[in-house]
Design a protein around this ligand. Structure first.
Ligand code: PEP
Ligand code: MN
Length: 301
């Protein structure tokens, strides 16, 4: 592997950070800020997206939306189209789920992030969603990525569970090349030999991605951990290493969730997590200042 991060990723010219020495500009000039309604992601705010794995009913979603908004989340997550590993598992409510998401936005003012699995659904989902989520299993679905390049909405691109950072940036480049540079990179855990957690959160991916790319980086501690008890501590780690935000699963009654209940926080747990994050967000300011040094270190022989 080429130890020069900058050299390794510079072929992805639309998403990699431009060589500062050659351009004479500082990294701040190359920071993409993704605008979602009145929210800026990738700027100075730490933006939290929260909600259930899947939209199950209007009551479930509205209750969750109100609870997470009150605790400080700015964006509501919830899958209407679910990629399930079993054909017998709940597949999501489809358009009905999208309508419920829209209602939750009207009631709470939260922006909406929801997954799109097929290029055939892009136009429909773009009518309802503020951010289009690409799941880990779809990171290399090029037909989908190209369609998202033309959708006119920001994209949350999750890292494939067996993808390298180079693979992730290649997929981001495909979306950008197709016309959409409003991309959020998401570290959601990768597959390793470890089985105590569902996936292994690659925490180093955050500062590396921030050093080599100008795109915002979001951490999903829920799918990485697979158990709710680890979610707050992984969120704090994400904040400290300089992530631009989180996407977290929250459910009114996790034991009854139709998917990912084990890793979903209760409303109370989410509220505590948000309060406990505050001092770590202050530390984050220090990691932000370290970014140019990290880039220089990665570029050294
Ligand atoms: C999800 O966000 O519910 C999801 C399915 O995530 P991932 O694609 O990361 O597994
Ligand atoms: Mn989930």
């Amino acid at each position: 592997m080429n130890p020069k991060w900058n050299g390794q990723f510079s072929c992805f010219d639309l998403v990699a950070r431009v060589d500062e020495k050659a351009s004479g500009k500082t990294s701040e000039h190359f920071r993409t800020i993704v605008q979602v309604r009145d929210i800026e992601i990738g700027g100075n705010d730490f933006v939290v997206m929260a909600g259930p794995c899947a939209v199950e009913s209007e009551t479930q979603l509205l209750q969750t939306a109100e609870a997470v908004a009150k605790a400080g989340a700015r964006i509501l997550r919830g899958g209407a189209y679910k990629p399930r590993s079993s054909p017998y598992a709940f597949q999501g409510l489809g358009v009905e789920g999208l309508k419920i998401l829209r209602k939750a936005r009207e009631v709470t003012g939260l922006a909406i992030v929801t997954e799109v699995m097929s290029e055939q659904d892009v136009d429909l989902i773009a009518e309802y969603a503020d951010i289009m989520q690409v799941g880990t299993r779809s990171m290399e679905n090029y037909a989908l990525l190209e369609a998202l390049g033309r959708c006119g909405r920001p994209v949350l691109l999750k890292r494939g569970m067996t993808a390298t950072l180079e693979d992730l940036l290649r997929s981001a480049q495909v979306i950008a090349f197709a016309g959409n540079s409003q991309i959020l990179l998401c570290e959601r855990g990768i597959r390793t030999f470890e089985t105590a957690t569902r996936n292994t959160l690659d925490i180093a991916a955050v500062p590396v991605l921030k050093a080599v790319s100008h795109l915002p980086v979001i951490v999903d501690p829920s799918h990485a951990a697979g158990v709710r008890s680890l979610v707050p501590v992984l969120s704090r780690a994400a904040a400290v290493v300089g992530a631009d935000g989180l996407i977290v699963e929250v459910h009114p009654c996790p034991e009854q969730a139709m998917s990912d209940g084990n890793q979903s926080l209760t409303f109370g747990e989410f509220r505590h997590m948000m309060t406990d994050l505050r001092p770590y967000l202050e530390l984050q300011q220090e990691s932000r200042q370290l970014r140019p040094q990290l880039l220089a270190a990665g570029g050294a022989d």
